[in-house]
Write a protein that binds this ligand. Sequence first.
Ligand SMILES: Nc1ncnc2c1ncn2[C@@H]1O[C@H](COP(=O)(O)OP(=O)(O)OP(=O)(O)O)[C@@H](O)[C@H]1O
Ligand SMILES: [Mg+2]
Length: 502
Amino acid sequence: MDSLTFQNMSKAYGGVSALQDVTLALKGGRVHALMGENGAGKSTLIKCIAGVVRADDMRVEKDGHAIPLASAQDAQAADFRFIHQELNIVPQVSVAENILLGRRFPRRFGVAVNWPVVRARARDALTFLGADHIDVKALAGDLSPGDQMLIKIAAALVTDPKTGHQADLYVLDEPTAALTGEESELLFDVIARLSATGAAVLYVSHRIDEVFRICDDVTVLRDGRNVSSCPIQETTKDQVIRDMTGRDVRDAYPPRAQPYAATVIAQLTSVQTPRLRDISFALRAGEVLGVAGLSEAGQSELLDVFMGLEPVVSGTARLLGRKLPSDPAAAWQAGVAYLPKERRRQGLMLNMSIQANILAPHLHTHGLVAKAGRERREALTMGAKMRMKYDSIDQPVGQLSGGNQQKALFARALHGQPKLLLLNEPTRGVDVGAKFDIYQTVRAFSAQGCAVILTSSDLPEMLGMCDRILVLQDGQQTALLDCASLSSADLLSHFYAPAAKV
Ligand SMILES: Nc1ncnc2c1ncn2[C@@H]1O[C@H](COP(=O)(O)OP(=O)(O)OP(=O)(O)O)[C@@H](O)[C@H]1O
Ligand SMILES: [Mg+2]
């Protein structure tokens, strides 16, 4: 395939337009980036191409010939493959079944499923991806989020052994948001190999460095319209950011305005939990403490300790001079706010309104009779502070774009003057402009004496925002580093360094 063009793409939800007359021209053998702020229309465009959402208007031409694209079947027939933004694996079934989901399962004599063949095809896809460590018989729900993403990618890579035919188009909607650095490298290698087969690749990401590294062309959308489209060599990162936001955004971390206080907010001494050991630190008011390590080294568990979700087995732990909260409700009441990593699974009630989601853990502060007007004002204020894009605060949060769902969680965490803010991957899936807003908000809270514990797979973000970084290796604290003169390389070397007694 040489060329694939999508013309005059339009889509409105109710009266609200998500795409307006957008054109996208892809070429075989080239990786094309689709960029834009949260809510710009990227996922909507992809869902229209996938036939999952019905475009109000769209013309598609493959090598100059018009093709129909009105349903998921049409997209399959056109040899398009998709990795959508939200993880939607089936947790209750095996990895192999997830990888072949939606395909015709190979059968013996046309009747019973031929399991050895199903597993072999799943294994081939994982091997192509370089993810052999995943057991095709394992339950998908037992895998880490990174591995779950890898099986979704493998599912898009399965080829039909009869024809051996590769797809003509691969579409990836923010695939690296849930991946670690090492896993992303696997994916970049696969993308290079796919485009070498002559397929077109459409790639959505908010990570601009990544886009400049692996993409050949870039199209920018703003408010559902085309802003620019060109080969990546003909533009710059600053230009792309201006195209996306319509303003200059500093791609940097706001510095700390004043030193933090000496008051200790939390003190842990030789703490052991089911998943952690040797945890010792004193967290001070206004301090931003990072928690880092290889993926799944215990970062989330350390945050969970303060939510009463990871019980302390031995050692001593105090928060604001008292013992730790025993459950999340008690934690929110004690002034601990929490931004979870898995927004769909742990964070949001997707069918409930934006307002309900922002205010949920705070309703105890509103007394017995809820004050409807005041609640609404508070939710609106928080939504505006986070520059959320929505039609109405009563809209179900599940209708928001991925990044705006993350902002709703952030608004919830910041609402109600927290004394300790726990941030797990706070900028995952968030656009550049909003990232800077989030960093400034963190600085503002810290300046008011709120202590922050932050974990992120984005190392520059950790180094740019944290005062100290606690390093974990397989659940054990192995270092507590001052960030003042720490480089990425220094930090990384601690992830692998042999554990010394702290
Ligand atoms: N099912 C829906 N009902 C109503 N509005 C929707 C629906 N899906 C998307 N929208 C709206 O369409 C607009 C575009 O959303 P879309 O998901 O395409 O954004 P995006 O560019 O992918 O953003 P992100 O980077 O945050 O993922 C948003 O304003 C969103 O609220
Ligand atoms: Mg999206």
